[in-house]
Ligand binder design. Structure first.
Ligand code: MN
Length: 414
């Protein structure tokens, strides 16, 4: 796809991508897409009549979230995406030759104020990387029985908290809470000392299902609008003390950060990938008849307050043992209703080698192998003033579709 519009060759936001997001302009939220280094105001294109062949409500792109747009359904949202590709195609003059609309609609991405793209009703976090579950099980339980007996049979997950999911660029304060040292008799209260990131991706539900109904593995991708990069911040010391018997609570709900652009499943289609072999065989309701995994390169970077940056992980979404289709099928098999805008995160995505582990817990093996930073300092976990940056992109046959980044600075506890 060649465009009349300038798109840097290595851009995450090629014409093959066309993600959706919300930005703020003149104090008002608007829906947008991103092409190259520019943000394209979809409300301006719509009001200029450039989507006239698609049945879109007049104010669909001037809302504060994309939920209503997504709820129009894939036939409409896909037509909108394809129409944007058409408008930016080298052979199309409808926007190219309309200077007034171009000036209004096209803005520099740099410095644009991006907002949460959806109102997240409910949020679920899975635990679907076998390598991550094995590493954690090895550290905290028994190296010989690292995976719990249910893990190879169930896409394990827990219900998280939607209210504290924040957009890239939102700083987070180090959480406070109860912790208890192994040799202490009683817990103490204070700032977490083992603040960690989790390198994850999340999908956004694009089609609701009614209470009492289920979504099959085959139908699941039709119920997924798209994906974002997801940093599931975790306080390991709080987690260790609180998680028995009901699982994560305050160690996880003080903040999760997402990248601003939702990359659609249609843009990811050409990067489909097989899943790791599932042995023992899964129960029939979780069986996959085709590839439901995706080849998405992932990177986690720590940047210190002095500006020294280091890549601490290079992983890939394709390592996921349980696919999103299986996660959604499992989530609804009991009749649980999912709503448009709900978010499901993958769980930490660790690869097979230490340089592909998706959390500091694993990278430094509980702090026993600190990493050295370019400014001479050391990291076991994340320190105040550090910024964690996560990036994701797909690349195949010279085509690139990426997510941009999610960036979060950690501020001291208050
Ligand atoms: Mn997580």
């Amino acid at each position: 796809m060649i465009s009349w519009f300038e798109i840097p060759e290595d851009s995450d936001f090629s014409l093959a991508n066309i993600p959706f997001g919300i930005f703020r302009t003149e104090g008002r939220p608007r829906a947008a897409t991103r092409i190259g280094d520019s943000v394209i105001d979809l409300d301006v294109l719509h009001k200029a009549g450039l989507f006239s062949g698609i049945n879109l409500p007049e104010e669909i792109f001037s809302q504060s979230v994309l939920n209503d747009f997504i709820a129009l359904g894939k036939p409409t949202t896909n037509r909108t995406r394809e129409r944007i590709q058409e408008l930016f195609d080298a052979s199309n003059g409808e926007l190219r030759d309309n200077w007034a609309t171009r000036v209004d609609a096209i803005r520099k991405a740099d410095g644009t104020d991006m907002l949460m793209p959806v109102r997240v009703g409910d949020y679920t976090d899975f635990y679907s990387s076998r390598e991550h579950a094995t590493n954690v099980g090895t550290m905290f339980r028994d190296p010989n029985n690292a995976l719990l007996p249910n893990w190879l049979h169930i896409p394990v997950g827990y219900h998280g908290r939607a209210s504290s999911i924040v957009i890239s660029g939102t700083p987070l304060h180090r959480p406070k809470g109860q912790t208890k040292a192994d040799d202490a008799e009683l817990p103490t209260f204070g700032p977490s000392r083992l603040l960690d990131f989790e390198l994850e991706m999340a999908f956004i539900v694009g089609k609701s299902n009614d209470l009492g109904t289920s979504v099959s593995v085959e139908e699941a991708e039709d119920h997924i609008f798209g994906m974002v990069v997801f940093n599931d911040w975790s306080a390991r010391d709080i987690q260790k003390w609180e998680y028995v018997p009901l699982g994560p609570f305050l160690a996880k709900n003080f903040g999760s950060s997402i990248s601003p652009w939702i990359v659609t499943m249609e843009a990811l289609e050409q990067f489909r990938s097989p899943s790791p072999k599932q042995e023992p065989a899964v129960l029939p309701y979780l069986e996959m008849k085709k590839d439901h995994n995706f080849d998405i390169n992932l990177e986690a970077i720590i940047e210190t307050e002095s500006g020294a940056a280091k890549t601490v992980s290079n992983s890939n979404f394709k390592h996921m043992y349980w696919s999103m289709a299986q996660q959604l099928a499992h989530h609804t098999i009991n009749g649980c209703n999912m709503n448009v805008g709900d978010m499901c995160a993958s769980g930490t995505i660790s690869g097979p080698t230490p340089d592909s582990y998706g959390s500091m817990l694993e990278i430094t093996w509980r702090g026993s192998k600190p990493i050295s930073m370019p400014d001479g300092t050391e990291r076991k976990f994340i320190q105040d003033g550090d910024t964690v940056i996560m990036k994701a992109f797909c690349e195949k046959d010279g085509k690139r579709v990426g997510f941009g980044e999610v960036r979060t600075k950690v501020l001291p506890a208050v």
